[in-house]
Design a protein around this ligand. Structure first.
Ligand code: SAM
Length: 234
């Protein structure tokens, strides 16, 4: 069973090649919660129309809060389900848009998200939004500097979404790897195309790191992600 799961995840990454465009793959995923949950808190009850309204409102203000585009949010939800992620860390909560998409994915896997934000106003707003989405039981919020908090946090995590200060990726990596990212775990960095210059050192390092398989991909055909899989055997 373990080998099968391992093969599936590696197979997915191996077949994706170097630069991907997944624009079609995630556009029609329904908001409904699947009935299969693998432990953890039970899925919350929510009105799909109310959730859609909330996500629409947040999406409309996305530029103001630097949140991921909706299609990237849908991709995050899909990826958490596909990798069966259970213990997820996000750096850079902002107003909670990506946290909600990830929380929805975790409803299926039974997992939990810890998310870190430095700004008090955005931290408060994210808590409110996640509560309105009926996902408070899935999400732990930490207010603080992620460079300090990541050094403190216990882990280990099986999925880390790095979306705070772009220049900080290398420092985050050093604080996460190897102890706080499990073998078979995922490191996902946003803005890896448009802001590649700000994280040049990290991108160059991770692309040739012998313990990771790494691809750059775009769902929106605009900006995109750097997705790295920590090998179980290296
Ligand atoms: C790109 S936004 C995050 C967007 C969010 N992930 C989403 O898609 O909804 C970056 C956020 O990281 C926060 N941030 C920047 N530096 C940080 C740090 N050192 N520690 C924690 N948060 C930080 C900013 O305040 C901002 O809200």
């Amino acid at each position: 069973m373990k080998n099968k799961a391992q093969f599936s995840r590696r197979g997915f990454l191996k077949t994706t090649g170097g630069v991907l465009s997944l624009f079609a793959a995630v556009s029609h995923v329904p908001l409904a919660i699947a009935d299969t949950v693998e432990g953890g808190p039970p899925p919350g009850k929510r009105d799909p129309a109310q959730l859609k309204r909330l996500l629409d409102e947040m999406d409309a203000k996305g530029y103001q809060f630097w949140s991921v585009p909706r299609k990237d949010g849908e991709f995050l939800r899909l990826l958490l389900k596909a990798t069966r992620a259970r213990n997820v860390l996000e750096l850079g909560t902002s107003h909670g848009f990506s946290a909600i998409w990830m929380g929805l994915g975790l409803e299926e896997t039974g997992g939990r998200l810890t998310t870190i934000e430095i700004d008090k106003e955005r931290y408060d707003l994210a808590r409110k939004h996640v509560s309105e989405a009926g996902l408070s039981q899935r999400v732990t919020f930490i207010r603080g500097d992620a460079h300090v908090e990541v050094a403190r946090i216990e882990g280990p995590f099986d999925f880390v979404f790095m979306d705070a200060d772009k220049e900080g990726q290398m420092d985050y990596f050093k604080k996460l790897y190897p102890k706080k990212l499990v073998p078979g775990g995922i490191l996902l960095v946003h803005n890896a195309i448009r802001q590649a210059n700000s994280m040049k050192d990290y991108l160059e390092m991770i692309r040739k790191h012998p313990d990771f398989d790494t691809v750059t991909l775009s769902v929106t055909m605009d900006d995109g992600f750097c997705l790295s899989y920590r090998l179980r055997i290296s």
